[in-house]
Design a protein around this ligand. Structure first.
Ligand SMILES: NC(=O)c1ccc[n+]([C@@H]2O[C@H](COP(=O)([O-])OP(=O)(O)OC[C@H]3O[C@@H](n4cnc5c(N)ncnc54)[C@H](O)[C@@H]3O)[C@@H](O)[C@H]2O)c1
Length: 441
């Protein structure tokens, strides 16, 4: 679709000709009645997307009516897995067929990161509620535009950081809020993984059944290369956000939650690079990033103290820090709480006395349930888009600081880096002319 066609498409959507935007968004909760089944479509039923497909078919108050993938093999697999009571979801390859479908009320988006915000904005503008995988956007600017789209359409937008709806994370946060370790001034966040080498490859023909042009979407076009496709795209600047935006974002989100900071940091600095992998990956395999919040930025200005978050990432190691592959160590003035994303948490008091141990793990179903309950009630979801954007911005800023290797000053209001000419433009990206390129990027 040309730019003109995109405008026409969106105009029609906003008039309710092809979408549901004509419905008053304020009354959407009444449109989806308490006993009515919600019609759901999913874009990108690949790795995580297939997890959503399986979780969705288990919920009796929702109908998975459409699955959409630009890879025919994956689409066929999704249709198979999405079949319930002998009723198969319709498989489509062009997301516009879903956006323009008046009966679809909800869109799940589990595509690669570069499609998250463009697809979400299209769906929200057509009157759909959106569950978008983390990180909610490929860059800082897109994240802001995504919040704007959710708010102007008054739709629910939940981000796929499922720990927000998981009991073990909620109980840890409750313990911190109740003062179990006193005021938390610092948190150390880690992501340790044993990733693979993606090799060095040359452009080649895309595999049969893959619409590669649609896969690239509004990102700048680069020729197909095998080590840029499923799952591996996350190591390329054009499509992903590195492991900081992949696994790291979950831990950063939990870290920010426990630290009690509800706005952006004001300063960030980092060191890192490719210390281990000798391959095509563009993102660092080793990273240490430090964020600082000014007193006015933290905890709604309730405390005059600065706060700090230290993020450590090594994606070439089988060793787990504090016994956890991914985690957060919260340092309070009276104690410490060690949180393992996949395992639970341990609370320590003065002189490292272990006081309490809790086990648990992330719960995707609970996150879905929270999303659907919010669609019916109109309440903000546990990982509302604003929360998702604040946490995704830590990944974007961390990656930018690692690239330029300097101390950056970030303005939480304008969401710009003002003190560094090289880093400043990295808050945004280049797009090709495409019907899905969001306005205002
Ligand atoms: N919440 C979690 O715990 C969790 C875990 C893993 C991945 N994720 C997120 O899920 C997303 C997908 O990751 P993955 O590892 O499953 O990637 P993947 O590459 O396995 O799957 C992505 C799918 O999207 C499809 N796709 C690409 N462009 C499309 C388009 N225009 N329309 C329709 N389909 C399109 C691809 O063909 C592919 O099947 C990422 O954003 C990732 O961060 C979340």
């Amino acid at each position: 679709m040309s730019d003109t066609n995109r405008r026409g498409f969106l105009k029609q959507a906003s008039l309710g000709v092809v979408g549901t935007a004509a419905l008053s968004s304020a009354s959407y909760a009444q449109v989806v009645g308490a006993n009515e089944r919600i019609q759901v479509a999913i874009l990108g039923p690949g790795g995580m997307g297939m997890n959503h497909v399986r979780t969705l078919v288990g919920q009796r108050d929702v109908d998975l009516t459409h699955v959409c993938d630009v890879d025919a093999n994956r689409l066929a697999e999704a249709v198979k897995n999405g079949t319930r009571d002998n009723r198969a979801p319709q498989g489509v390859t062009d997301m516009r067929r879903i956006v323009e479908n008046r009966d679809v009320a909800v869109v799940f988006i589990a595509t690669p990161d570069h499609w998250h915000a463009p697809a979400s904005i299209l769906a929200l503008d057509a009157g759909k509620h959106v569950y978008v995988e983390k990180p909610c956007a490929h860059n800082i600017r897109e994240g802001r535009l995504l919040i704007d789209a959710a708010r102007r359409n008054r739709k629910i937008c939940q981000v796929g950081t499922q720990s927000r709806s998981s009991e073990h994370a909620q109980s840890a946060m409750q313990a911190i809020r109740e003062g179990a370790i006193g005021e938390v001034l610092a948190v150390r966040v880690w992501n340790s993984q044993l990733r693979g080498n993606i090799g060095r490859q040359k452009p080649s023909d895309p595999p049969a059944g893959l619409d590669y042009d649609a896969w690239v979407g509004p990102a700048p076009f680069v020729p197909f290369q095998r080590n840029r496709l499923h799952g591996v795209w996350r190591w390329w600047y054009n499509f992903g956000t590195g492991d900081m935006g992949n696994d790291g974002v979950h831990d950063l989100d939990i870290g920010r939650w426990g630290l009690g900071v509800e706005t952006h940091p004001t300063t960030v600095t980092a060191l890192g690079g490719k210390y281990f992998f000798d391959d095509d990956q563009e993102f660092p395999d080793t990273q240490t990033v430090i964020f600082e919040w000014s007193p006015s930025a933290n905890g709604n200005g309730k405390t005059p103290r600065k706060k700090q978050l230290i993020f450590e990432q090594r994606i070439w190691t089988p060793y787990k820090m504090e016994g956890y592959e991914n985690g957060d160590a919260f340092y309070g003035i009276n104690g410490m709480l060690i949180f393992g994303k996949e395992a639970g948490w341990r609370l320590y008091g003065p002189r490292n006395k272990e006081i309490r141990t809790v086990t648990g793990s992330p719960n995707v179903l609970a996150h879905h349930r929270n999303f659907f309950e919010c669609i019916r009630s109109g309440r903000r979801p546990n990982a509302d888009i604003e929360i998702g954007h604040l946490s995704a911005t830590l990944c974007h800023l961390g990656n930018i600081a690692t690239r330029v290797r300097r101390v950056l000053t970030f303005d939480p209001k304008t969401e710009e880096v003002h003190n560094d000419k090289e880093a400043g433009p990295m808050a945004r990206r280049e797009y090709r002319q495409h019907w899905a390129t969001p306005r205002g990027v």
